[in-house]
Design a protein. Sequence first.
Lengths: 179, 127, 354
Amino acid sequence: MRLLDKLLSEGGDAGQHRLAFLALLVALGTVLYLMESFFVAVIPLPGAKLGLANIVTVLALLTFGVRDGLIVAFLRVLIGSFFSGLFLSPGFFLGLAGALVSTITMALLLRCKGVFSMTGVSVGGAVGHNIGQLLMASLLLQSSAVIYYVPVLLLLAIPTGMLTGYILNGILSTREVPP
Amino acid sequence: MTRGDKLLLILVVLAAICSGIAILAHRHTPAPAASVCHAVVSVNSQPVARFVLSSGRALEEHTIRGPNGNAVLQTENGRIRMASSPCRDKLCVKHGWISKPGESIICLPERIVVRIEGQGEVDAVTR
Amino acid sequence: MIQKAGILITVLLLIGAGLFAMNGKRVVEYSSQQFLMDTLVTIKVYGKDREQLRSAVNEAFAEMRHIAELSDRFPKPGSPAFLASDVCKINQMAGKQPVHVQPDTLAMLAMAQHYAELTGGAFDSTIGPVMDLWSFGSDTPSVPNPSSVQKALALVDWRAVVLDQVAGTVYLKKPGMKLDLGAVAKGYATEKASRLLQQRGIVSGLLDAGGNIRTIGINTAHKPWKIGIKDPRMAGKLAAVVTVQDASAVTSGDYYRSFEQDGLRYHHLINPHTGYPARHTRSSTVLTKDAGVADILSTAFFILPPDQALQLAEKLDGVDLVLITADGALRYTRPLQNRIIQENATGQPDDQRR
């Protein structure tokens, strides 16, 4: 937590710091979200994503709590959809549902202090993301055929969640912060 | 990884396996009955009639007035065909029954087109 | 201060979102059918402005009707349709004098000459006299006697067509020669119509002129178009499904305009070298960008023996071929391996065939 402590303790108005840090997280999340959409073609499954953008959601949850976590998740999907031109398209709603469900799941897992490491939290977030997407997809398609995806996306959540968890562990354990 | 993490991972894998088994078990239940199709008949590019094609329906005959006389269409059990036509080559009659969305019967001399509404498995057929 | 800025940015974002939503009108389909060139022509286009689509499609139909008039071969002499038909005028003046024609007629003939040479005369636009003898369009088609076929064949020679691009004239050297653009006009017209639609800003659409398919762009699912190839023997069945993107698929099959006599089926795809229907193939489908080229080549590849047809198709750039041969086998050019997404077993060999 050194990096975050340092960022937050650098004097000045706490409100301003909060806003600046949230803006940073939204920007970072948007970039990760967009970057990921380029990788989608590599994974031959619609809806499957690495979930790197979840990293910023966890950071927001850790530093500020559930409310700001949800705001960051919502804003990064919204702004990301402007950039990718998918605003109000099915893809936008899928992303939104995934991001919100995953944020809530991770917030709940973080509540249980000491039980889960970042790996567990991220895997939970990835599962939540995929479940949220599937629920929205079945709503949009008016069809229950998407349940065929459930096992695949559940299993897929493990490696992707572990990857983001690994990155998060790395970020949070950074000892030296460049001046 | 903490104990909680491991427990979570095991839970996710179990959930995946259970849902997979449930889906496989359900796959053998018969698919729901095909939805109802509609056949649209047009003469000279103007729609003149629309018939419901639903399975289990008894044979019905419909007369369509073309430029050279009357053509007779038959609908039955979710399918439709041209039973007779005043045209010379009778290609439309030889075409037989159609039942799938996107399929069509065309009678060029009589300018009659029977098309089943909906998106077929292909966008178009070259022939 | 910063909070105010935050509120301002949010409001701006919401306004932007509203504008974006209004601009992102739904894509609509506009489709229309007309009977043209002895067949049913369907044009289906996609775009945001229905009115714009409608006027573009009407223009495209007008363009096709114009080509149909130029190449119409059977109006009554002296009628307005006869006077509008360049082909009729050229045929009437065969052996007499060159005829001034429309640029479209010149373009069609230039293409016809090019592919006649390329296919060694397997495609020949001067097949008219032989086609007349077979009279597939009449009420009582019958097999003509061999001596009259030989006589008519003497008049079939694409080398005796003289095109003068500068003067804009066409001349048939021998009296009695007759052009028949039946294997060119429909494809050429389809191609012209599709180019016109593209000029009018249409980026997704499909033209179907009696089974001559020309696709524009990709379909509304943002995938290449899926085109079925009709099974030549089973009604309503497909022999194969191929993907086509911004290109054409045209088929020549032995199942159209055919008749039976003494247990043998005779169809309208006449070999210009023999004067009789070609027998090696049931249907030949050409996939290439230009619908006019596809129309000509599908006829030529039907006439040529299958091996030769496939060999020639592989030599041509951007041309692919699917053949269903007389024994019911499905054969195609190598690059198609990745584009044929479905292959169905075709019927038995025809026992009535030689």
